[in-house]
Design a protein around this ligand. Structure first.
Ligand SMILES: [Zn+2]
Length: 276
């Protein structure tokens, strides 16, 4: 089992406490890590003890390689020694190994969930952590309403037309940066319907041959990106100008700038480069 799954999910500690337990600690949405040049590592219990910070929203998330893993939040005005740094999690996709990045993502998702569910959505009373060793939930002691961790599914799609890929510039991207098309799934919609709708709404074209590609939890703030490839069917590019301000077909020799990270959007573009 150990080799099969390095990480064992759990809402309560699986092993006795150790100074090597991992603490995924965030301050104002940023991950606190031990940093040595380009090498970054997650804080251990010993690191955290030495920093002497006030911790809140502590949750056990499970264990990695036999060491308990926790997530927590610390205050915003903290003094850190030079070897301890705050990082935006997005910038760590290339610096952390994938398994660790996903645990950091899980931690941030759980902290975001807990912070945004402090009060009951039905009666407004303070929510409490459900006292359970097997279930992660918040419940209202007044009316009994219970809520579980949530994620918002979104699609992301690489559309090809012969030897070209459709890339777009979104007004929220940095200047000159392009990516594939993405959008949130609406309630009651399948992923495939969402691909067709988003592409039609944002770009004005129709697609065919929608195929599943992969997925990635993306805790900014709580998405689950589900990736597809699709082929151009018909229509002329006509951007919505609300989000997408420019889109075009690019061959792999004339690709514009895109973000090189371990995000699934980058993986889709790299898949295109390899296969076309
Ligand atoms: Zn309530």
């Amino acid at each position: 089992m150990k080799n099969y799954m390095r990480f064992e999910a759990s809402v309560s500690p699986l092993y006795s406490n150790s100074n090597e337990d991992l603490w995924f600690s965030f301050s104002n949405g940023k991950l606190i890590v031990r940093s040595n040049g380009d090498e970054v590592s997650i804080l251990t219990k010993e690191d955290l003890k030495n920093l002497n910070l006030r911790l809140e929203y502590i949750q056990c998330i499970g264990a990695l390689d036999g060491y308990n893993c926790f997530c927590c939040q610390v205050g915003e005005d903290i003094q850190l020694p030079s070897e301890i740094k705050l990082y935006d999690l997005k910038s760590l996709t290339l610096l952390l190994e994938e398994e660790i990045f996903l645990l950091a993502a899980k931690s941030l998702l759980l902290l975001n969930w807990q912070k945004t569910h402090r009060y009951c959505g039905v009666c407004g009373h303070c929510m409490e952590r459900k006292n359970s060793k097997s279930e992660r939930a918040l419940f209202c002691p007044k009316c009994g309403y219970t809520t579980w961790p949530q994620t918002s599914p979104a699609i992301i799609v690489a559309i090809t037309k012969g030897d070209k890929i459709l890339l777009a510039h979104n007004k929220y991207f940095p200047k000159g940066i392009y990516s594939v098309i993405a959008g949130f799934v609406e309630l009651g919609e399948t992923f495939e319907q969402c691909v067709r709708r988003e592409v039609y709404e944002e770009i004005g074209i129709r697609v065919k041959n929608i195929k599943y590609f992969g997925n990635q939890p993306w805790p900014f703030p709580n998405s689950m990106m589900v990736a597809f490839t699709a082929e151009y069917l018909d229509g002329e590019i006509n951007v919505d100008e609300e989000e997408i301000v420019y889109a075009n077909w690019f061959s792999k020799d004339e690709l514009p700038k895109y973000v090189k990270s371990k995000s699934i959007g980058t993986e889709l573009i790299e898949w295109f480069i390899k296969t076309h």
